[in-house]
Design a protein around this ligand. Sequence first.
Ligand code: GLU
Length: 279
Amino acid sequence: MNNDTPKIRVRFAPSPTGHLHIGGVRTALFNYLYARQQGGTYCLRIEDTDKERSTDANMQEILSALEWLGLSADEKPVIQSEHIQEHLYAAQQLLNKDKAYRCFCTKEELDTDKAKAEAEKRPYRYSGKCRNLSAKEIQNKLEVKPYTVRFRIPEGVTRFKDMVYKDIAVNNEEIDDFIILRSDGTPIYQLSVVVDDANMGITHVIRGEDHLSNTPKQILLYLALGKKVPKFGHLPLILASDGKRLSKRHGASSVNEFKELGFLPEGLLNGLAPTEKGE
Ligand code: GLU
């Protein structure tokens, strides 16, 4: 690594909507180890924008579980809800550049379209009804109707080289114009995560493979906002012996439960650590 190579910065970004799941610990561990191996920085971001499901108690529990495991961050944790103004600013920039648009479709209209798609056994797609409204139409509706803000997916193909899954290409036609701001004006995960990762200078996004389908959407947001796209690595999830995602049903699944069973942090991490074969 020469002096021009930016130092790597990774992050673990749990949502405080429940206990710290062992799968999350594995994600944290891979980020931590990658940062240590590369001489980089391991950050933590608490994604607490889902106000109904996030609690302070869960956040404290996650922080102390990480501390118990020796996986505390190198910098002060970032609390996502403290950065909402930055997310809103990004949405406004996208609106100004016509890379996003206001959608006045009501929940009922969208639900009807969804039910129709389901009945016809085809995947639901937003109708695009508000994609090309004139300035006058928008002005008239603004006075009387609430709206969401949708990201305008450009034409083309989105490609990236995943650190685990290698070459991935998605035709943008397969991506819906997704919502970035709800009708109450609050930002959606896809937008918040991109703005925060960009502002935190994250160079490598290493997370569970359940986020793989979010990545093309997020890459398109980075590009639309003129931000540098980080590298991505998606880790296979931890499965139970029945092949299903490890959950309470299978026994202990959260750090606290393992702690109560008498596991030592070193033993737990050892069981989750990658082997030389990369498994
Ligand atoms: N907060 C998300 C989760 O807990 C993670 C987001 C991400 O890593 O990009 O699943």
